[in-house]
Design a protein around this ligand. Structure first.
Ligand code: GCU
Length: 602
């Protein structure tokens, strides 16, 4: 059955999309919000696996786990006796024979559960990269596509008393009609890459809520609570004990309760990352969250945080722990990356190029680091294929749904470096409008790199920018694009000069400690060459009109199979300011000094 998109009425300026996947849908349900606050049973740990490079497991139906019955029977697969993999975690970094594997791996986990009557049970995946089919006790629950957003299945009526078996078919082959498509400049880590939890709820429970400041306000909260289940019309209350807020409301015939109240908040900011304990309660469920309140907006050429101009001192980060050469998935991974960003003097991280795990989002918020959240609509995308635009839509909704209550998230970014075409423009304009309907409180953009550079003049001509709150552009002057004059003499011509500009990527490669050739030649991969790029870029930044932030590419070296020079790269993109062993390169100090020189309210 097609994934039904129920467009609920426009409520308080927020058009709520809810892709209700009915009980017999083969598509996963939208994940409930704030999983970590729920009644969870973790399924993390060792899972049995079958490595299936030719896809034989499909026609052998390995999820049935058939066993020999007669003396003459034999079965040509088995989970028992096979390898074990850690979940969460990519499979490529766990077994040498899987280092570059792109194909199917079957995962199996047995769990015991006793579910009382009037209770509901769900299985929730933080993310699986990238197509997954989930089976419970030999029966298909459904499938999900997309490697970086959560999803769930309700198993209330499928879970057995006592022992149950979950089998997950994971396939990480790149797809021409995928999001991202076939080619991308990061490592294709496959597997059950984030936490897996069983979530138990009451028969009627709080499945979702949106509690943030109304656009342009510093005191009025405008949002909603979704009550799901048989008794969806209930009294609902929002409490903030520290502010003595007891806001009472009721859920309507769609289970939706309006939230609209004012209070005197200590606003969240990088200098004061204030979060409040919020209790969201209905008659049959209570969910506790830590939510911050701030306003973010683009006004003229400035980005305003809580009404004051803010300069985004950003850095790009991939979801990878370089010290393990593996997909990052844990709070300790997030702490390593965000501590590096903080030490560099950043107040923002662009989580390239896909939604990172929730530990990263929540820790950044606690550390006072703003987050640029992005979906991997990356470079070559089949925009004219309806299935592809459906996938873009679903992934955007899954990102917004998961992170909409995280005040640290200030930007929804809906694409990176796509080529101009009518199909691309229509798809991204449509997606931008839908995103703004879902959440009008944040800045929305797409990152573009098709500006022209001639006679030391940069022409930013893409008309798509007119649909975004900020102009975000990637430029690699000094690396991919040699300078055509003095960096300080660059002239700019913006397609629209009534909004803030963020340079969302610049940089160049250097191998830490490289002493292989002349320091002033790119082909030496010298730290000095990268250092000079940063010096020149900082000089050039003075020429950028409406500059409201920068986000160099990137914090730390990361794996990318297309980076093939055997001496300098060896499968790593070396644009990091920090090496894959955590060493600071010379350019790190240039950016650190620049960020120290930039006033916060510039
Ligand atoms: C592009 C792209 C990045 C890529 C970088 C590079 O701008 O957005 O994903 O890794 O350039 O070439 O290193």
């Amino acid at each position: 059955m097609k994934n039904r998109l129920i467009v609920l009425p426009v409520i308080w300026g927020v058009l709520i999309f809810s892709n209700i996947s009915g009980p017999n849908s083969i598509f996963a349900q939208s994940a409930m919000t704030n999983v970590s606050a729920r009644h969870c049973t973790s399924l993390d740990g060792k899972w049995e696996v079958i490595i299936d490079p030719t896809g034989a497991g499909d026609w052998r139906q390995v999820w049935q786990e058939r066993k020999p019955e007669k003396k003459t029977d034999f079965i040509e697969y088995s989970f028992e006796g096979g390898p074990l993999l850690n979940v969460p975690g990519d499979f490529n970094s766990q077994m040498t024979e899987l280092k570059y594997f792109e194909g199917t791996v079957w995962y199996k986990k047995i769990f015991n559960y006793n579910l009382n009557k009037s209770r509901r049970l769900f299985i929730h995946f933080g993310a699986i990269n990238c197509i997954s089919n989930v089976y419970l006790n030999g029966n298909l629950l459904g499938k999900h596509e997309g490697g970086f957003t959560p999803f769930q299945f309700e198993i209330t009526n499928a879970v057995q008393k006592g022992g149950n078996t979950i089998v997950v078919r994971v396939n990480n082959q790149r797809l021409k009609d995928g999001i991202p498509g076939l080619g991308y400049d990061w490592f294709n880590y496959g597997g059950i890459t984030r936490d897996v939890n069983l979530i138990e709820t009451d028969n009627t429970y709080i499945s979702d809520y949106f509690i943030q400041l109304k656009k342009h306000s510093s005191s009025e909260v405008l949002g909603w609570v979704k009550v799901t289940g048989a008794h969806f019309q209930q009294n609902v209350e929002i409490m903030i004990p520290e502010l003595n807020v007891h806001y009472k409301t009721k859920s309507n015939i769609e289970g939706l309760a309006e939230v609209k109240f004012s209070s005197r908040f200590e606003l969240w900011s990088p200098e004061n990352p204030r979060l409040y304990k919020i209790i969201v309660q209905c008659e049959t469920d209570t969910v506790i969250d830590n939510i911050g309140f701030r306003s973010i907006e683009a006004k003229g050429s400035k980005i305003l945080l809580n009404g004051k101009p803010v300069f985004l001192k950003g850095i790009n980060v991939h979801e990878e722990n370089p010290l393990r050469a593996a997909r990052a998935f844990s709070e300790s991974d997030a702490l390593i990356l965000l501590t590096w960003a903080k030490e560099l003097g950043c107040n923002m991280v662009r989580l390239a190029h896909y939604p990172h795990n929730e530990y990263m989002i929540r820790l950044a918020e606690k550390m006072g680091i703003m987050v640029w959240d992005e979906i991997p609509v990356y470079q070559q995308i089949e925009f004219s294929v309806p299935a592809v635009t459906d996938k873009m839509d679903l992934m955007m909704r899954e990102m917004v749904s998961r992170d909409k209550n995280r005040c640290g998230v200030i930007v929804w970014s809906l694409s990176n470096e796509t080529s101009s075409s009518s199909a691309r423009d229509n798809a991204l304009i449509n997606l931008t409008d839908k995103c703004r309907h879902l959440d009008s409180t944040r800045l929305i953009t797409s990152v573009i790199n098709d500006q022209n550079y001639k006679n030391n003049n940069v022409s930013v001509w893409d008309t798509l920018y007119r649909h975004f709150d900020i102009i975000s552009l990637n430029e690699y002057l000094g690396w991919y694009v040699p300078w055509q004059g003095r960096p300080g003499d660059v002239k700019w011509n913006l397609v629209c000069n009534d909004r803030p500009v963020v340079i969302s990527e610049f940089g160049g490669e250097a191998l830490y400690g490289s002493n292989y050739g002349p320091k002033d030649e790119a082909a030496s991969w010298s730290e000095e060459y990268q250092e000079q790029i940063y010096k020149d870029q900082i000089e050039m930044l003075k020429t950028v009109p409406n500059l409201s932030g920068i986000c160099p590419w990137l914090l730390v070296d990361y794996r990318s199979s297309g980076r093939m020079h055997p001496v300098y790269q060896n499968g790593w993109n070396r644009k990091g300011l920090i090496s894959d062993r955590g060493d600071k390169k010379k350019a790190w100090y240039i950016l650190k000094a620049y960020y120290e020189s930039v006033k916060n309210n510039y």
